[in-house]
Design a binder for this molecule. Structure first.
Ligand code: TRP
Length: 373
């Protein structure tokens, strides 16, 4: 069946119907009136909001209400360190950086080395922690404010996390994890427990402050199931429910079906790719072009499922007018895929050069961001 797809925190497969996910997961769409509210509060709208990349939420109005009352609130996001970082991983980070700049919120950034060990990405836990440290360089390179950002690895911050994790774990039954994640008897008990750990930073800001601190979680929609559970548990353990804002997943460079995957290097651009490899990935990317130049000039191309256009739209072309021009000339046949890829490469190359430089500098700044037990 062409319309079959799967979205879980561990697997994304098929052509995702994002509208159906909103219904399935029970989230809310970001509507034009809500966008207006965000624009008024932030002074501008991030391109990912204007274009519906961030398109779904839970309780975002509550965060804006509290913000307008002057209540300090916190941001929470995270990274499961399974591999190097690609552009798809960075979507929520770009947006979180914008939120931190615009609202001055403190960011809690969880690195779940435990998760990636438990879910079998690694034979050895130390390997997951090591990849976590590599990923932290990319996070710091995003430009977060060190005074307002706390990054922690689960295995190194567990003393702070554990008291809340046990409160959460006591309120989650095995049958809930079966219903939400499809866990079975053969899953190891660490996997079954893990959601309790990912829930902790939803409540940590309140626990630390000793008063209610609203928390907003920018994340891929695939992470929502964890937070559905966290929100269920929250009132039972005396914490406010975290709010969420969800992004669609960046399509693979290889074409429709599935998000970018670290196990398929050609599917995305990694921050550690050489410029040469990155350029090659873009020149080999799947497009909405025609079989021949002649046909494309005559009939035009289709940006709908084009991975190159998705890269413009999601990240690399913040200017709406130029994006519309790219789309128009694509459809009319004035623009050929080769030129379009070359123009995109110019943008990606600039980004990669800057990011790689910032990532190098981050090596001396890890201690400015990291919190440990
Ligand atoms: N489970 C996430 C992953 O595999 C990592 C993560 C932990 C996270 N806490 C989060 C992601 C909060 C988004 C928001 O990448």
């Amino acid at each position: 069946m062409p319309d079959e797809f799967t979205v879980t925190p561990w697997e994304v497969r098929g052509q995702v119907d994002y509208d159906r996910l909103v219904t399935q997961f029970g989230t809310e769409r970001i509507t034009p009136p809500l966008l207006d509210r965000i624009q008024k509060a932030a002074g501008e709208l991030h391109p990912m909001l204007r274009r519906g990349v961030f398109y779904s939420h839970r309780d975002l109005n509550w965060i804006l209400d509290e913000h307008s009352k002057g209540t300090p609130w916190a941001l929470y996001t995270g990274r499961g360190p399974s591999s190097g970082i690609h552009i798809g991983h960075m979507l929520p980070w770009f947006f979180t950086k914008w939120l931190q700049d615009r609202f001055g919120a403190t960011l809690y950034f969880q690195i779940t080395d435990d998760e990636k060990f438990l879910f079998k990405d690694f034979e050895d836990l130390g390997q997951a922690t090591k990849v976590g440290y590599e990923n932290i360089l990319d996070i710091i390179a995003m430009g977060f404010d060190p005074k307002r950002t706390r990054i922690f690895l689960d295995t190194e911050y567990i003393h702070h996390l554990y008291p809340i994790a046990v409160e959460v774990a006591k309120r989650i039954t095995f049958s809930t994890t079966q219903a939400v994640f499809g866990f079975e008897k053969a899953n190891n008990v660490g996997e079954i427990f893990y959601t309790s750990i990912q829930a902790v930073p939803c409540f940590l800001p309140t626990a630390e402050a000793g008063r209610e601190v609203p928390v907003l979680i920018p994340c891929g929609i695939d992470q929502d199931p964890h937070f559905r559970i966290a929100r269920d548990v929250a009132p039972r353990i005396g914490y406010p429910k975290p709010a969420l804002i969800h992004n669609k997943l960046l399509p693979s460079l290889l074409g429709p079906g599935g998000k970018m995957s670290a196990s398929v290097p050609e599917s995305s651009i990694f921050t550690t790719d050489s410029l040469k490899d990155a350029k090659k990935k873009i020149s080999n990317a799947f497009t909405g072009g025609r079989a021949t130049v002649e046909e494309q000039r005559r009939l035009g191309a289709d940006p709908t499922f084009c991975s190159v256009f998705a890269f413009y739209n999601f990240v690399f072309e913040p200017d709406d007018r130029h994006l519309a021009e790219v789309e128009r000339t694509c459809r009319s046949g004035e623009r050929l895929c080769g030129d379009c890829k070359l123009e995109l490469w110019g943008k990606v190359e600039g980004f990669l050069r800057r990011h790689k430089e910032a990532r190098e500098k981050a090596k001396d700044r890890v201690e400015d961001f990291l919190v440990r037990d």
